[in-house]
Design a binder for this molecule. Sequence first.
Ligand SMILES: *[C@@H]1O[C@H](CO)[C@@H](O)[C@H](O)[C@H]1NC(C)=O
Length: 83
Amino acid sequence: MASKNLLVVLAIVAVALPSVAMAAEIWVGGDKGWTIDFDYQTWAKEKVFNVGDTLVFNYTQGHHNVIKATKIAFDSCIKPPQN
Ligand SMILES: *[C@@H]1O[C@H](CO)[C@@H](O)[C@H](O)[C@H]1NC(C)=O
């Protein structure tokens, strides 16, 4: 596990569901994790995300990454500065 980096990102997903829903830990991509050649749109289509859920991005450090971006930065494909 030493070469693996697990990044936990709190999901702030505006889904209009009752706030009584339990917060869930969701592993993005399931068994495939966060990688290339995987259809995340199809994967996400079957999922229900709620405010307070935790998304876990499991990926090989150095091969992939997860960066928090604004919508404008994402749409413009501009990588925000890292802290
Ligand atoms: C995380 O990903 C690695 C492959 O990169 C895999 O071997 C491992 O089982 C994954 N962990 C979980 C909990 O899915």
